[in-house]
Design a protein around this ligand. Sequence first.
Ligand code: UDP
Length: 237
Amino acid sequence: MTKPVYKRILLKLSGEALLGKEDYGIDPVILSRIAGEIADVVNAGTEVAVVIGGGNIFRGAGLAESGIDRVTGDHMGMLATVLNALALQDSLESVNIDARVMSAVSIHDVCEDYIRRRAMRHLQKGRVVICAAGTGNPFFTTDTAAALRAIEIGADILLKATKVDGVYTADPKIEKDADRYDSLSYDEVIEGKLRVMDTNAIVLCRDQDMPIRVFNVFEEGNLQRLVNGHPVGSIVH
Ligand code: UDP
């Protein structure tokens, strides 16, 4: 078996990644597929932390447009990420992978608080840590939470799971001749306004030298290929 090149990864999964064929909520088929891919990586010896989004349920900015106070909307968005995290935890446990949801807002009857040292201990024991509730603060995103957690826990790389196979010069769905980058710098992302992750997340990764690999999570086996050192998708570094 190929030896993984990363000891510890942080996987950013957007809520959208869980939608599958649904318009809202979680597609159980996609959920178990993603859990299976994470399980393969864990079983091969890589420590995995996940930051999960909530866009398949609620986004604060969207709720604000419909008249809900933005901070309340962001609280709802953060709680939506907890729902996704619990579903992923359950799905991982069903394939015999120990997992712990750790939330940035306290919900003690449901999951643990995110405490860095405790998270690191879980990882060392081979448990998947699912970071929920983003940063715990309104006006942030789970992309920023992913950058923050990746840096805090000393991940080797942040893997940003998307629907496309990397970073393009323009939206490949609109511009057919858009080119895909194999590699690009943080500043190229910021200056080109390329929609990789939000700017806060890119700046944080740039300042702390956290590489980001953007890849298509819907292509089966990609996560494992990446962890085995194959240059799947685009790298921002
Ligand atoms: N959110 C927040 N603070 C954070 C992270 C998330 O307030 O640190 C809220 C925000 O309303 C956001 C929602 O949670 O829209 C869901 O997160 P996000 O939009 O990042 O999810 P994704 O797009 O990855 O599914």
